[in-house]
Design a binder for this molecule. Structure first.
Ligand code: BGC
Length: 698
């Protein structure tokens, strides 16, 4: 296995003996800046890779090594060394975790922080000091080709998951939060103008970025697309007005790669680092400054931002943790398995015929012949092969995982499903059938060389749907395992099968985790981070070829609530092998001040026979608002582990500021003195939620 050696003395002159205060970091950054000439300063602001290497990347593989920028040997200032994420570290061979959408389904902040920590260690052990792992774009429509790289459709959930990842990674290196903003159509990403009003931008498409900035994220990557007429890398409103001025972001902004910016003017708009090559900055920027056409102050500001983070992260980490053995270590493999176990969503699990048992978990006392059907059971299927491709040393396929885990007296037969007749025969001869179907890197992903990209249909391929129907007709005990990066429309076959499990792209340990779930070693605990619609008509308009598109205020469960649509599986929904009861919703008051915080508690009991984890969700609705608002919006969530029969109180802190809307006229946030309804329960489905009301006083 080829691995980079850790760069000796990697932080050069920046490493201090003691941890520096914010003021000292600032002082050192200014001191370094003062020693640089114009050329040196501008060199801090772009990639060090010669343009011709881009051609080489096409042959040897993009992103195999950290991508350098802004090294200054004279002053011993180390370069940035970028590696991508988000399902692991893309350089060399690293641990491949489940994709972000899957991890979003875990709703497990603590787990995501541990995964971030592992990625930070692996990245630094392999020579990187900046990781592009925090992809938090809103999944506005599940056809988005890179849906798998984000955590879901809800800004609050995205913010919490992203912030957890920032915390984990930044114990070791800088984390990059991307793609700011509204990057959610893949095929048209280089040109589409995403139009939206200011309120939608502030409330739906950017609050999760602010959440990560508040968490201390060092780097933000601008998106390729335009927002309201300006490319995001040139968007002064996004970069200067909102990110840097209003939110007080102290880090630097990096362009998305290759076509992320179009001219040196991006620097004036607030873009600090051009990656991965020097195309628009470099000599051109130096010339503009020399000719008096570009203010040197702007260059100084960008360089200060970059230096500040370099110095800050020179202090980070525990050097003994970074070494080749830390990469794909036993602990990280176990973490990848745990993440996959906690991210598979059980969507349906019924009894068949006169059975008193549900189909899952597979009852090994009775199931002696298990048929596994479908091509995807026997091939590695870990997601896209674009910029987010991780190269793990191995991938446990579902078939291998099931064979390893099944008891000796349970015989597993495999059929790839290509010949339906034979697959049906295999199904007939089995006690239970597991059909594994779904999407692969060919169906969705980054749109490169006219391959992959956005999905044209949300349904499975017709041949997969036909296979499910034929198998289910031959054997009523048919479990469908779906793979893919986001929602699948299941209308034509859902009612015909008793069990459905969404496995996403589950990472290198996915097959083991799938077997753990199917055989009941672990109870499923994940919940959907995006709505699964009945049909595309329940979703906002999507056009993968759009030149311009309007993003409205509503999408996902918010839109379905507004339109009164019943999805196939709602946002936040997921079953377990046990059951939970919610009782006694309590508020610690009926009115809070605008700067106050409401405490909301509920008792959750495990009413079933096995231990399990439950994702408890808190939504808020608005009564009599001045503006149109969502019927309810997610404002809190927590994961709780419960033994059979155990009850635990789950407590949420709900600050009043979380209830504000953005008033465009006043250009400010407004917390209305109205009545609010708190809903708490196991999913966004209204019938399952307990509710109570409170108001906010002046
Ligand atoms: C992607 C980014 C990625 C960058 C570097 C771009 O094509 O859009 O998400 O971080 O490449 O690999």
């Amino acid at each position: 296995m080829t691995r980079a050696k850790r760069v000796p003395g990697e932080w050069g002159a920046l490493k201090a003996d003691v941890v520096l205060s914010k003021g000292q970091v600032e002082e050192r950054a200014k001191h370094l800046l003062a020693q640089m000439n114009l050329k040196e300063k501008v060199r801090q602001m772009s990639g060090d890779t010669p343009l011709v290497s881009g051609v080489a990347w096409l042959f040897v593989g993009y992103n195999r090594r950290p991508i350098p920028a802004g090294e200054n040997r004279r002053l011993s200032i180390p370069g940035i060394r970028f590696s991508d994420g988000p399902r692991g570290v893309v350089v060399y061979r690293s641990t491949c975790f489940p994709v972000s959408m899957a991890r979003g389904a875990s709703w497990d902040i603590e787990l995501e922080e541990r995964i971030g920590d592992a990625m930070g260690v692996e990245a630094r052990s392999q020579g990187a000091n900046l990781l592009g792992n925090v992809c938090i774009n809103v999944l506005r429509h599940p056809a988005w080709g890179r849906a798998q790289e984000t955590y879901g459709e809800d800004p609050f959930h995205l913010g919490e998951m992203g912030a957890a990842s920032v915390r984990g990674v930044q114990r070791h290196i800088m984390a990059c939060v991307k793609h700011y903003a509204a990057n959610s159509i893949e095929n048209a990403r280089f040109r589409v103008d995403v139009r939206m009003n200011e309120r939608t931008l502030r409330e739906v498409y950017s609050p999760h970025f602010k959440r990560c900035v508040d968490e201390g994220a060092a780097v933000v990557m601008s998106a390729y697309n335009k927002v309201n007429g300006h490319y995001c890398g040139h968007n002064r409103h996004l970069l200067r007005d909102i990110l840097k001025s209003e939110w007080g972001f102290q880090g630097f902004v990096v362009s998305d790669f290759m076509w992320g910016i179009r001219s040196a003017g991006a620097a004036a708009a607030g873009l600090d680092l051009e990656m991965p090559f020097t195309v628009h900055f470099g000599k051109k920027l130096v010339k503009l400054v020399r000719e008096g056409k570009f203010p040197e102050d702007v260059v100084d500001e960008a360089v200060l931002r970059i230096l500040r983070q370099k110095i800050r992260f020179a202090q980070a980490g525990e050097s003994e943790r970074y070494n080749p053995q830390a990469v794909v270590s036993a602990a990280h493999k176990a973490l990848a398995r745990e993440a996959a176990q906690k991210s598979m969503v059980l969507l349906k699990n019924e009894r068949t015929g006169g059975d008193d048992h549900r189909v899952l978990p597979i009852d090994v006392a009775r199931v002696k012949r298990l048929a596994v059907i479908g091509k995807l059971a026997a091939v590695p299927n870990i997601g896209d092969t674009g910029s987010s491709m991780v190269r793990p040393p191995y991938v446990v396929t579902p078939l291998v995982g099931l064979r390893r885990t099944a008891p000796e007296d349970c015989r597993i037969t495999y059929n790839d499903g290509k010949n339906t007749g034979r697959a049906v025969d295999a199904a007939r001869g089995a006690d239970t059938v597991v059909v594994i179907v779904g999407n692969t890197r060919k169906d969705e992903g980054e749109y490169l060389f006219h391959r992959s990209g956005d999905r044209d249909a949300l349904t499975l391929k017709p041949r997969d749907e036909a296979l499910i129907l034929r198998i289910a007709a031959a054997n009523p005990k048919t479990v469908v395992v779906l793979m893919g990066g986001s929602a699948v429309v299941t209308e034509s076959w859902r009612e015909k099968v008793p069990a459905v499990l969404m496995a996403w792209y589950p990472g290198m340990e996915g097959g083991n985790a799938l077997a753990d779930i199917l055989f009941g070693k672990v109870s499923p605990s994940a919940k959907l981070p995006c709505s699964f619609p009945r049909s595309e008509s329940q979703l906002p308009f999507f056009d993968k070829r759009a030149k311009s598109i309007e993003y409205g205020y509503f999408h996902g469960y918010r839109l379905m609530d507004k339109e009164g649509h019943e999805p196939a599986f709602p946002f936040g929904f997921g079953l377990s092998y046990t059951t939970f009861a919610y009782r006694d919703l309590r508020l610690d008051g009926t009115e809070i001040p605008t700067d106050g915080t409401l405490r909301v508690s509920v008792d959750v009991t495990n009413t079933g026979g096995v231990a399990g984890e439950e994702v408890v969700q808190l939504y808020v609705g608005y009564e009599g608002s001045q503006v149109e608002r969502c019927l309810k919006e997610l404002k809190g969530f927590a994961k709780v582990h419960l033994a059979p029969g155990e009850t635990k109180p789950v407590v949420f802190a709900l600050p009043a500021r979380r209830l504000a809307y953005y008033d465009e006229q006043r250009a400010n946030w407004v917390i209305e003195p109205i009545t609010y309804t708190v809903y708490v329960g196991p999913s966004s489905r209204a019938q399952e939620l307990l509710s109570a009301q409170f108001s906010v006083g002046g």
